[in-house]
Structure formats: structure tokens, C-alpha cells
Write a protein that binds this ligand. Structure first.
Ligand code: ATP
Ligand code: MG
Length: 309
């Protein structure tokens, strides 16, 4: 086949493809304007190059599209996060301002009883505000990779006994038994006790919040190199469809308009990250209307290299 050197690659290919199949891959003689021989070109080479550059362009396009979609998704999550945070901070701040004003009026009138009552409410709003802020700070610290594990030797059993006591206070006067079953009376650990406590307390405080009657059972089963902790309650339970999104930030399964329980929906997200930081794992099983069991495994000895978060 003879083509001019002005013929574009596409055109040369089109011409080549018009020829019988067995001749497609023949060399092409290129001639210049004056009809002189300008060189040889292999159609096979052209096809290979052409398809390679086409594939590269497609891969780059795919990558760019994926990056754009990811960025869009991140921006979306960020703005949702900001909206939630602002809302969660504004409600207790509003309550504190209004209660402050009511206390001022009651104090002016000399109603000391009212001053006392409203001060108690103001303190509870302020405490709530502090826990929201602590949660948000914890989460941003974790996500920025700045949450440090401070490992030390400690006994896990007294730590769990203390969490059980706190849970009894949290459940208030609801008819709920809070129990601890530990197979051994001391379990030596070398990891971060503050994070262990936070993990178990988050699960136990959820159980206390979402259980109106029955039982909250914390069990500890140590093995050679790890401990298995389970928090089982006889509370609301969680629908199977909801289990997958439980650990995502700001997930609350109750309808915001009819919500009965307080919280920001950050507890489980933080718990999951903390378990990861300690090199452990977390799982959940539940029956809606019957109860929920969270299971966590934590290595007895923290190993920085096994940490996935
Ligand atoms: N033991 C449980 N029983 C039933 N539902 C639960 C239980 N634990 C968690 N949930 C559901 O999962 C949601 C997310 O829990 P998470 O601890 O992350 O948030 P929260 O308790 O609502 O708020 P926060 O922990 O930030 O104060 C809860 O709002 C609740 O709907
Ligand atoms: Mg919670």
C-alpha cells in the first residue's frame, strides 16, 4: 500500500483496514508530495501504538473521573459533618443561654428554688455540650492520625468493674440488671487502659441508653494473646438492614423528629477506630425488639506494627 506522508494516522489505518484481512499488517510505503519514497511504516506498529495511547487516555480519564467522584463524596461528607456539628453544638448552647436568662430573672425575684432547678438543668446541658465537643475532637484527631496509643501494664478486671458501676448509674432507675462475668479474676494487659475503658464504656452506655428492662451483661473471656469482651443487652435491638451503617459517623437509627435518646451518633464510630488502633476487631449481632450483642477482641499486648488505623 502506498500513502502520502500527509495522511494522518487515522486515515492510514482506515485505508489499511479496507484491505483484505491477511494484508492489514503489511508495511506501508510512505511517499512525500513529489511522489518520492519517504520511508516504510508498519501498520501493525501503528495499530499497537494507536491502541496503547487510546488505552492510556481511557485509563487517565477513568482515574480523573474516580478522583473527581471521590473528592465530591468527601466534600459532601465534610459539609454534612459540619452541618451536624453546628446543629449538635447549637442546641446545648441555646439551652445554656436560655437557662442563664431564666436563672437571672428567678434570682432577681428571689425564687431560690427555681434558681437551683435551672442551675441543675444548665449543668446537664453544659456537660452534654462538653461530651459532644470531646467526641468531635476525638474523631478529628483519629482521622488526622494523631491519636496516640499509650501502652502500659494493667489489670483489665478492676477496669471493667468500674465501667459496670458507671453503667448502673447511667441506666438510672430502669429495671435493668447490669452484670459482669469474668472467667478469671485478674487479666494482665499491656496496652492503652484509657482507650480500653472508653471502648467498653461507649458500648455499655449505649446498652444503658437503649435498654428499658431486662439485662446488660458484660462478659470477659481471655485467651492466650487476646481478650474477647461481649456487651449483651435486652434492649431495642437493631434491624438487619441498619447493622451495616451503624459505625458510620452521625448514624442514629431513631427518627430525628421523634428521637427519645440523646447523643450525636459518634460513639460507635470512635469505638470502632479505637479498637482498630489497639489492633483489635469489633462485631455486632442483633434481633430487632429483642436485644443486641457487641463483641470486641483486643490483643493483650499492643503491637504497633499490627495497628490498621
Ligand atoms: N445497644 C444498642 N441497642 C440498640 N440500638 C443501638 C445500640 N447501640 C447503638 N444503637 C444504635 O446505633 C446508633 C449509633 O450509636 P452511637 O453510639 O454511635 O451514637 P449515639 O449513642 O446515638 O450518640 P453518642 O454515642 O455520640 O452519644 C444509636 O443512635 C442507636 O440508634
Ligand atoms: Mg453512643
Amino acid at each position: 500500500m502506498i500513502v502520502s506522508d500527509k495522511v494522518l494516522l487515522d486515515e492510514a489505518l482506515r485505508l489499511a483496514l479496507q484491505r483484505p484481512q491477511e494484508e492489514i499488517y503489511d508495511d506501508v510505503i510512505v511517499e512525500d508530495d513529489a511522489g518520492l519514497f519517504a520511508g516504510l511504516l508498519s501498520v501493525r506498529q501503528m495499530i499497537i501504538q494507536h491502541s496503547q495511547s487510546l488505552a492510556n487516555i481511557m485509563v487517565q480519564k477513568d482515574l480523573a473521573n474516580a478522583r473527581a467522584a471521590e473528592l465530591e463524596h468527601l466534600t459532601e461528607i465534610k459539609s454534612q459533618f459540619l452541618a451536624h456539628v453546628t446543629h449538635e453544638l447549637r442546641s446545648p448552647v441555646n439551652a445554656i443561654i436560655e437557662l442563664g436568662e431564666m436563672i437571672r430573672i428567678a434570682a432577681e425575684k428571689g425564687y431560690t428554688g427555681q434558681v437551683q432547678d435551672r442551675l441543675a438543668l444548665l449543668m446537664s446541658s453544659a456537660t452534654n455540650l462538653r461530651s459532644v465537643i470531646t467526641n468531635i475532637l476525638d474523631l478529628s484527631k483519629i482521622e488526622a492520625g494523631r491519636m496516640q496509643v499509650i501502652a502500659e501494664a494493667f489489670d483489665l478486671v478492676p477496669l471493667l468493674e468500674e465501667v459496670v458501676e458507671t453503667t448502673r448509674v447511667l441506666k438510672g432507675d430502669k429495671p435493668v440488671d447490669v452484670t459482669l462475668a469474668a472467667r478469671e479474676c485478674t487479666v494482665g494487659m499491656y496496652t492503652d487502659p484509657v482507650k480500653c475503658r472508653q471502648i467498653v464504656l461507649n458500648l455499655m452506655s449505649n446498652a444503658a441508653k437503649f435498654t428499658d428492662r431486662g439485662r446488660i451483661a458484660l462478659t470477659l473471656e481471655p485467651s492466650n494473646d487476646e481478650v474477647l469482651l461481649e456487651v449483651a443487652d435486652t434492649g431495642l435491638g437493631i434491624r438487619e438492614d441498619d447493622l451495616a451503617r451503624l459505625f458510620a459517623p452521625f448514624t442514629q437509627l431513631e427518627d430525628a423528629r421523634t428521637k427519645r435518646h440523646e447523643g450525636t451518633g459518634l460513639g460507635l464510630t470512635i469505638t470502632h477506630h479505637l479498637v482498630d488502633l489497639l489492633g483489635g476487631s469489633i462485631g455486632v449481632r442483633s434481633r430487632f425488639g429483642e436485644g443486641t450483642t457487641f463483641s470486641i477482641r483486643i490483643p493483650k499486648r499492643w503491637n504497633p506494627r499490627e495497628t490498621s488505623a
